[in-house]
Design a protein around this ligand. Structure first.
Ligand SMILES: C[S@@+](CC[C@H](N)C(=O)[O-])C[C@H]1O[C@@H](n2cnc3c(N)ncnc32)[C@H](O)[C@@H]1O
Length: 245
């Protein structure tokens, strides 16, 4: 890996250790993505896979555990996350970690699979279209883009979006307090501080219908959609999408 740039995203706002521990309890969209990859792998053993926004390597570790020889390419802009991912490279030396924003990442290699977990909401509103266009360029003709993320309840205007977020955070905080769940409460309060910032604090959550209109504009087709959580929409529901060209 070349010298890392002083570029920071989640590690600017959260402790990576706390994030990693907390997210360990939320693996379902990742399990679904893994099953798709296992299935495709049986047909194409030399699969080219890129993970977008690797973070602390939650998905990366699961994937490499199943495919220890996979020449995985991981794109991640945050310097501290890249350093974290480097620890995984000690065991799986063949993986490639590239410090880049996904919108800017260019590659001559086209991929059979692009996978992105819990990160589309980190792509700024103004670059979501550019990001999806770039994913189109990176994917082979019959390739799959596996995307799992958290979505907020439906809204029409940005003002309504803030109201929805407010309600969701109030519920999250109240529920964590009632359950006396310190870990959950800390995560809710830490995130609350970030998401209501004027610059959105790097957390550009949207609702499923907005996501689907971005997808439609990008030329991707939604081939599968699963509501992984099936709770109340005000509870940040997690959806898994299978996208193809
Ligand atoms: C919530 S974490 C998810 C990490 C990991 N995929 C997981 O499931 O735990 C979001 C990640 O997106 C990264 N990120 C933020 N902006 C990005 C961008 N424009 N392109 C690619 N990754 C980005 C952050 O640095 C962070 O590592």
């Amino acid at each position: 890996m070349v010298k890392l740039q002083d570029e920071f995203q989640i590690s600017e706002h959260y402790s990576l250790k706390e994030y990693d521990d907390y997210m360990e309890t939320k693996p379902l969209d990742q399990r679904i993505a893994l099953d798709f990859i296992i299935d495709r792998f049986q047909k194409t053993p030399d699969l080219k896979v890129a993970e977008i926004a690797g973070g602390t390597g939650r998905f990366t570790k699961n994937l490499l555990h199943i495919f220890p020889k996979l020449k995985l390419t991981i794109i991640e802009p945050d310097k501290n996350c890249c350093l974290w991912l480097k620890k995984i490279k000690k065991k799986y030396n063949q993986i490639k970690i590239i410090q880049s924003y996904a919108e800017n990442f260019r590659s001559r290699t086209k991929f059979d699979i692009l996978v992105m977990t819990t990160a589309f909401h980190h792509i700024p509103f103004k670059t979501k279209d550019i990001f999806l266009k770039n994913m189109q360029n990176l994917l082979k003709k019959n390739g799959m883009f596996l995307l799992g993320d958290e979505f907020i309840a439906e809204y029409k205007t940005m003002k309504e979006r803030t109201q929805i977020l407010r309600k969701s955070y109030d519920i999250w905080i109240k529920t964590a307090k009632r359950a006396k769940d310190e870990k959950e409460l800390k995560m809710a309060l830490d995130m609350e501080k970030v998401v209501f910032r004027k610059d959105f604090g790097g957390e550009f959550f949207i609702c499923p219908s907005k996501f689907e209109s971005y997808i439609k504009k990008s030329g991707f087709k939604i081939k599968g959609k699963i509501n992984v959580t099936n709770t109340d929409p005000l509870d940040f529901e997690n959806y898994f999408y299978l996208l193809m060209k």
